[in-house]
Unconditional design. Sequence first.
Length: 416
Amino acid sequence: MKLSGPFLFILATLMIDAIGIGIVFPIMPDLMIRVGADSTAEGAFWGGVMMSAYAAAMFLCGPVVGGLSDAYGRRPVLITALVTLTIDYVIMAMAQTYWVLLVGRVLAGMAGATYITATAYIADIAEKHERSAGFGMIGAAFGIGFVLGPALGGLASGWHITAPFWIAALLSAMNVAFGVFVLPESLRKENRRPFGKRDINPFGAITRAFVVPGLAVPLICIFVFEFSNMVYPTLWAFWGREVFGWSGFTIGLSLSAYGVLIAAVQAGLLPQLTRHLGDFRTLVIATLAAVIGMVGFGCATAVWVVAIFLPIAAISDMAPPVMTAFAANRVGEDQQGLVQGVIASLSSVAAVAAPLMMTGIFERFVRGTWLYFPGAPFLVAALMVVAIVPLVFRLRSSNPIRLISSSPASALRIFR
C-alpha cells in the first residue's frame, strides 16, 4: 500500500511504542539504584514488578482502548495515547521515588495498548488485498523500534540516567504534532458501535478458546514457552550487570544484537526451514535451541560464552510463530480472530506473571546464603520448556481440521 501521511504516522507510532519498551531495559539496574534499591538483586525484583505492572495495564486496557476506538473513532484515541505517553516519559525522567516510576509504567502500559487501534486504523484505510502487506510493515516497524530502543537507551545512558526518557518524550511529542496535521479519522460514523460490557473483559475469549477441540494443546505450549522466554527481557540487564559488570551501553548493545538476530531468523531462516523440513521439525529445532540457549546463559561465566549462545537463543524464537500456525490450523476461518486474540492475551498474561517469578528466583539465588547462582532463572526457564516437550510431540500426531468456513478473517499478532 502507498506510504501516505496517515500510514507513516501509524508506522511511527508503533515504532515509538517499541522504542519506549526497549529503551528502559539497559538502564533498569541504574534506574532502580537511583530510586532506592540497595543491590542488583533488589533492583531486579522491583524492576520485575514494574514490568508486570506495565504488562497488566496493557492486558487489561487493551479491550477498553479497542472498544473506545470502535465507539468514538481511531484518531482521538491515538492522539490521546501519544499525549499520555509524552507526559509519562517526562514523569519517569523526573521521578525520584520507585512509586512514581511504577505509576509511570502503568500509564505507559495503558497508552501502549493502542497497537490494537493502530492495526484497526490500517484495516480501515487499506483495501482487503493490501492488508497483509500493511500488517507486515507494521511488524517491521515494531521490530525496528525494538532494535533501536535498547541501543538508544544504552547510548543515552552515557549522558545521564534520565536521558533515554527525555529522548522518548521528544519523539512522542513530535509524533503528536505529526498526527494532528496528517491523521484523518478512518472510521465512518455508520460503522461505529456502542461501548459495552464486553469491551472491559479480557478473559472471556480465553475461556471460549480452550473448549475448542484440539486447540488446548497448542495454546498451552504457546503460554508456557512465552512464560519461560520472558526470562530474557526481565533479567538480561540485571544478570549482565551482576555476572559481567556490564554498563548500560553494553546491555543496550547486546539487546540490539539479539533483536537483529531474531529479525534475521524470522525473515530468513524460518521460511526456509518450514519449507524444507515442515512445521513440526522446525518446532523441534526451535524447542531444542531454547533449552540449549537457556542452559548456556544460566551457566555462562565469560562474555564469549554469551556470544556463542546468543544466535542459538534467537533460533528458539521460531517456536511461537510455528506454534501459532499449529493453533490456527485447528480451527475454521471464522475463528481465526478468536485464536489470534487469545494468543495475544496469553502472551500478555505470561508477561504479567513471569517477571514476578523470575526476579524472585534471581533475588533468592543472588542474595541466598547457601548458594550464589545468578543464572538460576535461566535453568528454571529451560525446565519449563522441557516440561512441554510431550505436548510438542502431540502436535505431530494430531491432525488439523479441514477449513470448511468461507467467512474471511484476518488478525495480526505483535510479539511484545
